[in-house]
Design a binder for this molecule. Structure first.
Ligand SMILES: CC(C)(COP(=O)(O)OP(=O)(O)OC[C@H]1O[C@@H](n2cnc3c(N)ncnc32)[C@H](O)[C@@H]1OP(=O)(O)O)[C@@H](O)C(=O)NCCC(=O)NCCS
Length: 324
């Protein structure tokens, strides 16, 4: 469906903006080859995204062909628009299409959702000075990417020793929906001072720690853990694995860690792996987003204790914000 002209939105003679439908799926997949280091989530999310409440998936078309995609998702009680899935066809890159698409989508979201005050996005690449003028960097997490073979790891899982140390932390607790609310999302929630910018970053999606985000997060079937449900020091959430284009068959497993307490985090990692890995038939790329100081010891644990292969060195995920 062609999007009606929006007052004040940028015009570009060559480009037409439309809302994405099922019929563009193959075209989008073929122009996305090789992006995000093979961890592109869009092929798995596209069909639900185009029908999701408060989300718009906008395509830029040139002479009838799709050359760009950007999704805007309104969250945080209508205050924030998340900018996600951005991509431009390889043959159209470097000509400013991404900027035009973003400006168009920002105007559109402002027009349809007047309550939106800010846009937020996450990135792992370096920002140009111009971009640093445009966005505030409001939080960052370290990125730890490891790879392993699921059947091989599952066969060793029961013999992996628990993290060693003078006194073991209490076993990790799997949180009920009510506990998730209390630990992560209530205003003044138990974990709020440990979250980066009071934000729950689930994979690449940042959600302010607000009760209004509870139902949305609940629908994602996440696995939430903490070392304590009264005075948590470290908590984590794990997204169910899904296939990504990284290999003939490769799954992506994402775990987000907040707070401090390395051994608590290691125990929670082991619990998430034990819950999700057995039954997976192939290689897994597991990406942890974690406090930067936890990166090195967690990388050592993953390689020397769990026998995982480190896919790349330390990188960072930036949470960016701009007023609209
Ligand atoms: C990153 C990508 C979308 C840039 O598209 P492009 O049209 O070639 O970008 P250009 O350099 O011509 O346009 C520059 C504009 O895009 C913006 N931009 C570039 N990369 C961006 C990114 N990763 N996230 C958000 N905006 C980005 C710039 O801020 C600039 O905006 P401005 O016009 O307001 O100054 C494109 O290279 C691509 O599809 N890469 C593969 C997928 C990917 O890495 N997506 C980013 C996910 S965070």
């Amino acid at each position: 469906m062609k999007i009606e002209a929006i007052p004040g939105a940028p015009q570009d003679g060559d480009l037409e903006f439309v809302l994405a439908t099922e019929k563009e799926f193959e075209e989008i997949v073929s122009m996305s080859h090789g992006i995000y280091g093979g961890l592109d989530y869009l092929p798995s999310r596209y069909h639900s995204w185009i029908n999701e409440k408060d989300r718009m998936v906008v395509l830029a078309k040139k002479e009838g062909d799709v050359i760009g995609l950007l999704s805007m998702f309104v969250v945080d009680d209508g205050e924030t628009a998340l900018l996600e899935g951005l991509r431009v066809a390889p043959w159209e890159r470097g000509r400013g299409v991404a900027g035009v698409l973003q400006r168009f989508c920002c105007q559109m979201v402002k027009h349809r959702y007047p309550s939106v005050r800010v846009v937020r996005l996450t990135r792992d690449d370096k920002l140009t000075p111009k971009e640093l003028n445009k966005y505030r960097v409001i939080a960052k997490q370290g990125i730890l990417l490891v790879r392993f073979n699921a059947p091989e790891f599952s066969s060793r899982l029961s013999s992996i020793p628990l993290p060693a140390g003078p006194s073991r932390p209490s076993p990790p607790i799997l949180l009920s929906p009510e506990e998730v609310h209390a630990v992560f999302l209530e205003r003044g929630g138990l974990l709020k001072d440990l979250l980066p910018h009071k934000t729950v970053i689930q994979d690449w999606q940042p959600f302010q720690a607000l009760p209004g985000n509870h139902d949305l997060l609940h629908r994602k079937s996440l696995r939430w853990m903490a070392d304590d449900n009264v005075r948590p020091r470290v908590a984590s959430l794990c997204t169910p694995p899904f296939p990504v284009p990284a290999g003939p068959l490769c799954f992506y497993l994402n775990i987000d860690v907040f707070g401090s307490g390395l051994r608590g985090a290691q125990e929670q990692l082991l619990s998430h792996l034990a819950a999700h890995v057995p039954g997976l038939p192939a290689d897994v790329k597991c990406q942890l987003f974690l406090p930067p100081t936890m990166w090195r010891p967690m990388a050592d644990f993953c390689t020397s204790v769990l026998g995982f292969q480190l896919e790349k060195g330390y990188t960072e995920q930036y949470l960016l914000e701009a007023d609209i």
